[in-house]
Design a protein around this ligand. Structure first.
Ligand code: NAD
Ligand code: UFG
Length: 342
């Protein structure tokens, strides 16, 4: 390996798990994160888990001079770009903050990478770019059309990357459209630690299982699905991390796009029931109105990644939820101390 991999947003949920996978594969890693939605403790845990050193720079990627200093300090040959704001509802309330943070960060990164002739880039896109899909399972060629500012930042960044690669043939870019990442490292030492009220189902269900919240609100039971609740393609974060390594290994000239999902669907009630089974905890729930902007079903067609990246997501729903529970039960308050200890 010729240089280090810059992991932007590496202190966060998916970035920390991918950093473990990179270190285990022998890559040297530099993390750049402003800790706006994460804790430095996750990096300490990654070091302890792997027995490897990780360089960490606390920088905001919208600050191009700070980013230039990072590139001047390390021999960076490529980047995996996780850094970004990701809460759909918040993006509707604060659209300019989302556009500025996600777009400016990415344009700065592309500029500084080009200045340093680091042409290898893997970007965290999202299944949200498909909006309400017309075809299931969804292939990469499906029509795109985001329904909120967060999703539009992902679509715009994909287009920026395509344009950059069309303008300079030295770029080798992979756009990864994640479906619904869940689960945690099997050690239970790193995992998803949302600040405040979790927006996503699995962290919410885990907080109910561990006793931090009373009940799960099921957003709608009148969808056109087998049990009436929303169906998603949940993917274990370790399979997702392996997908990034496969993407790096298979980078080609230009800009390519891949779905990272399993192709299997689970409903909200499946998640609640399986979590109750793997945790041995009761998970009370109540049916509530549909959440604005939600779709009935999202399912990946992962054939392209299976074939071109030689990658497949193997872990099933029980393993995903067992590992999420291990993390949550070992760390009821995530990376923070319990409130009593304050
Ligand atoms: P996360 O919030 O845990 O990680 C993102 C990290 O980026 C955080 O550590 C945050 O502090 C950092 N960050 C944000 N803005 C920054 C800036 N300007 N400069 C430096 N650091 C900054 O989120 P995650 O779940 O790990 O998601 C990682 C990426 O994957 C994001 O781009 C997200 O949009 C995308 N994604 C996530 C999901 C999901 O369900 N978790 C699904 C699809 C795509
Ligand atoms: N849900 C509930 N109760 C909750 C939270 C969610 O019933 O408290 C339901 C939703 O209605 C949906 C399913 O659980 O049917 C999954 O919802 P999530 O919020 O966990 O996930 P989404 O599919 O809505 O969206 C997530 C990310 C997006 C990303 C998308 C695809 O939040 O940013 O996955 O990757 F784009």
């Amino acid at each position: 390996m010729s240089g280090s991999i810059l992991v932007t947003g590496g202190a966060g949920y998916i970035g920390s798990h991918t950093t473990v996978a990179l270190l285990e594969r022998g890559f040297d890693v530099v993390i750049a994160d402003d800790l706006s939605n994460s804790s430095e403790e996750s990096i300490e845990r990654v070091k302890a888990l792997t027995g490897r050193h990780v360089d960490f720079e606390e920088v905001d990627l919208t600050d191009i001079d700070a980013l230039r200093k990072v590139f001047a300090s390390y021999p960076i040959s490529g980047a995996i770009h996780f850094a970004g704001l990701k809460a759909v509802g918040e993006s509707v309330e604060q659209p300019l903050r989302y556009y500025r943070n996600n777009l400016v960060s990415t344009m700065n990164l592309l500029d500084v990478m080009a200045e340093h002739e680091a042409w290898d880039l893997v970007f965290s896109s999202s299944a949200t770019v498909y909006g309400d899909p017309e075809v299931l399972p969804i292939p990469e060629e499906a029509k795109t059309g985001a329904t909120n500012p967060y999703g539009r930042t992902k679509l715009m960044i994909e287009e920026i990357c395509q344009d950059a690669a069309a303008a300079d043939p030295r770029w080798r870019i992979s756009l990864l459209r994640y479906f619904n990442p869940v689960g945690a490292h099997a050690s239970g030492d790193i995992g998803e630690d949302p600040t405040g009220h979790p927006n996503n189902l699995v962290p919410f269900v885990m907080q109910v299982a561990v006793g931090r919240r009373d009940k799960v609100m099921v957003f709608g039971d009148d969808y056109d699905t087998a049990d009436g609740t929303g169906v998603r393609d949940y993917i274990h974060v370790l399979d997702l991390a392996a997908g990034h390594i496969a993407a790096l290994d298979h980078l080609e000239d230009g800009c390519d796009v891949f779905n990272l999902g399993t192709g299997n669907g689970a409903s909200v009630l499946d998640i609640i029931q399986t979590t109750a089974e793997v945790s041995g905890q009761e998970i009370p729930y109540e049916v509530a109105p549909r959440r604005a902007g939600d779709i009935a079903t999202s399912l990946a067609d992962p054939t392209r990644a299976n074939e071109k990246l030689e990658w497949r997501a193997d872990r099933g729903l029980e393993v995903m939820l067992r590992d999420a529970w291990k993390w949550q039960s070992k760390n009821p308050w995530g990376f923070n101390p319990p409130p009593e200890a304050d």
